[in-house]
Design a protein around this ligand. Sequence first.
Ligand SMILES: Nc1ncnc2c1ncn2[C@@H]1O[C@H](COP(=O)(O)OP(=O)(O)O)[C@@H](O)[C@H]1O
Ligand SMILES: [Mg+2]
Length: 244
Amino acid sequence: MIRLKGVHKRWDRPVLDGLDLHLERGVVWGLIGPAASGKSVLLKTVCGLEKPTSGEVWVDGQEISGMDEREMMKVRRKFGMLFQNNALFDFMDVGQNVAFPLVRAGGVDPEEIEERVASRLKAVGLSGSERKMPNELSGGMRKRVGIARATIASPPIVVYDEPTAGLDPVTTSKIYDLLRAIQDQSHATVMAVSSDINALRTFVGRIAMIYQGRIIYDGLESELDGCQDPVVHQFIRGELEGPL
Ligand SMILES: Nc1ncnc2c1ncn2[C@@H]1O[C@H](COP(=O)(O)OP(=O)(O)O)[C@@H](O)[C@H]1O
Ligand SMILES: [Mg+2]
């Protein structure tokens, strides 16, 4: 479903420094790594929101890095995205926010949109919240609305960038329960980045670590603890020295 071949991305310094990755359809893949290690850049590159400096990005059989904006728009519809700073639209109510991917795609009539919004809100535990405004909601509720929006169009690929950033541990574990429940229904291909490593591990089947522009570990979640790489070991124990 997703394949990266020798992907480099640099601005003033290399951020992605020769990445290879292959995700089969339906895999639930997690990515960990220190702050500013390129996790968000990697997700954006896969979604076509950033172009690699060099290398190939394949999505569902198409190489996207050479595409123009029009072709790219079509590819982006394959993705449900929940980005860290891609907040809800403040000027739209919850119902309009959740409906947005369906409205943008077109071809779905208003009654069906209304029904699908209601059923998505129910799925995330926010039944009847259509007419609330985002600023009336708690952080956890806003994330739930974002998850509803990311998944309403049943995209084959879903990208979650820090779905629990800023949330307390109880809310974090509830969000992961929700992601698991959604995944059991949808069987999408998932890429999830999180700093809440233990919570992330309850959700993914496969986990990778990015460090200094490269993927230094990629394997079964159940085998992560047995990984011999000292950097991976230190990182999952919270002992890796950071740039601060
Ligand atoms: N649009 C951009 N222009 C210049 N540098 C960027 C841009 N986006 C990200 N970076 C840099 O790339 C590095 C990785 O960023 P990011 O992927 O957001 O890190 P994280 O792993 O915390 O998600 C950071 O040093 C960041 O400053
Ligand atoms: Mg990030």
